[in-house]
Write a protein that binds this ligand. Structure first.
Ligand SMILES: [Zn+2]
Length: 86
């Protein structure tokens, strides 16, 4: 029996490592965003601290993203899947 895919907390160290394995360029981008923001409770894509929410996206690895309202719309369109706030 295979263990279930771990749901990693967006912007955490383990999450970033998983993102590096899936998409190194995006991971570099997020790492820079987080370094700029100096905190983890910001949008993974743009660094906005305006109440980002955690989303699960089935087509995305590592399956979770922390997104502001604007980026959640972008990623919904990009991946063609519904995102749901966790
Ligand atoms: Zn954003």
């Amino acid at each position: 029996m295979k263990p279930p895919l771990a749901i990693l907390e967006p912007n955490s160290l383990a999450w970033l490592e998983a993102l590096y394995r899936a998409d190194a360029m995006l991971a570099e981008h997020v790492r820079a965003i987080l370094a700029d923001a100096g905190r983890a409770d910001v949008c993974s894509i743009c660094g906005a601290a305006d109440h980002p929410a955690d989303y699960q996206i089935a087509a995305f690895r590592p399956m979770t993203l922390r997104l502001c309202a604007y980026c959640s719309q972008l990623y919904c369109a990009t991946y063609g899947t519904n995102v749901s706030a966790s």
